[in-house]
Ligand binder design. Structure first.
Ligand SMILES: C[S@@+](CC[C@H](N)C(=O)[O-])C[C@H]1O[C@@H](n2cnc3c(N)ncnc32)[C@H](O)[C@@H]1O
Length: 313
């Protein structure tokens, strides 16, 4: 969410009309997928989905938090997504200048535990509970993507925990498309021995938010943060690379990412919808990668999202 006083909501409602409850449940699941795709967009700060009640007259809806200047483009994006997921619906936007979104958005957050009780991810306003994992990442909803709630982020966090559990301890870590810095912070907590850590994002608001979160976590001296793209990096190689970005970026990046990996390094690419997985895999296979079966890696899925764990043979 931008620092300006105005913010916006785009409501997405499924069309009214007679519908069987089973069909309604199925449409609700597809609308949730639309919401998950929207939540990956830079201009979207968050998406809440409201399930239909058991009454066939009340339809499921999405509430998209965004910036006023993004409304027009979002109308088109939502229309395309509804068509892609075979849904008929309408959108309605409202611009607001009150503080209500902060409370609404806060109510949406919950703490999450990853790995085998290895890592806690919690918002700053929810206190630790007895028995919580000792390692934790504390996050505030910033302007950038990366609350940890999105499935694509969770797929990356699960991988980091699995590597740590199997004592695969990288000396260097590169987080491409760092967003709020959540994956860099998790890696810093899980891999004590990582002496070189780099977080890069194309969006200056993301790198600003990452720096704020790292400062808050006392990690700013461990992780270098840069605004930019992969192609601008010098010829440095890393033991662990995570890239949670959409395939439109991941696919052309495969050869350049190969150049950033040290021998035996582990690469996880996330941000992939199920029907995009084969295309992403083909790009990485063509760049010389094989699936990384270490620590239970390979093709992994969460809801409609997928990730690939890769290594150079
Ligand atoms: C889905 S978010 C992931 C954020 C965070 N890593 C997480 O897992 O929660 C993708 C991020 O990639 C950034 N991004 C998009 N294209 C990029 C590019 N070509 N180079 C670097 N970052 C990019 C976006 O600005 C966004 O912050």
């Amino acid at each position: 969410m931008s620092g300006s006083d105005q913010w916006a909501i785009v409501w997405v409602d499924l069309a009214q009309g007679p519908i069987e409850l089973d069909a309604l449940r199925e449409a609700t699941a597809r609308l949730d997928e639309v919401g998950a795709v929207l939540a990956m967009r830079e201009e979207v700060s968050g998406v809440q989905s409201f399930a239909a009640s058991e009454s066939p007259t009340q339809r499921p809806r999405l509430c998209i938090y965004t910036r006023p200047d993004a409304i027009e483009a979002l109308h088109g994006v939502v229309a395309d997504l509804l068509a892609r997921f075979d849904l008929i619906g309408s959108t309605r936007a409202e611009v607001r200048d009150d503080e209500e979104w902060k409370d609404a958005w806060k109510a949406f957050y919950k703490p999450l535990t990853f790995g085998e009780h290895q890592l806690l991810l919690r918002p700053s306003w929810i206190e630790r509970q007895p028995g919580d994992p000792s390692l934790e990442v504390v996050i505030d909803p910033g302007r950038a993507f990366g609350t940890g709630l999105h499935q694509t982020t969770q797929l990356c966090l699960q991988r980091l925990c699995a590597l740590a559990r199997h004592d695969i301890a990288p000396g260097s870590v590169f987080d491409l498309g760092c967003g709020s810095g959540v994956l860099s912070m998790a890696a810093a907590r899980l891999f004590d021995g990582a002496s070189r850590m780099l977080a890069v994002d194309i969006d200056p608001e993301a790198t600003d938010t990452t720096k704020e979160n790292l400062t808050e976590a006392g990690l700013l001296d461990r992780i270098e943060v840069r605004t930019g793209v992969l192609e601008e990096l010098e010829h440095e190689r890393f033991d662990l690379v995570v890239a949670n970005i959409r395939p439109v970026v991941l696919i052309p990046a495969a050869p350049a990412l190969r150049q950033r990996l040290a021998p035996g390094a582990s690469l996880t690419v996330s941000g992939i919808l199920g029907d995009e997985l084969d295309e992403v895999w083909r790009a990485y296979e063509a760049a010389g990668f094989v699936l990384d079966a270490r620590a239970g890696g390979g093709r992994r899925h969460l809801d409609t999202w997928s990730a690939l764990d890769l290594v150079l043979p």
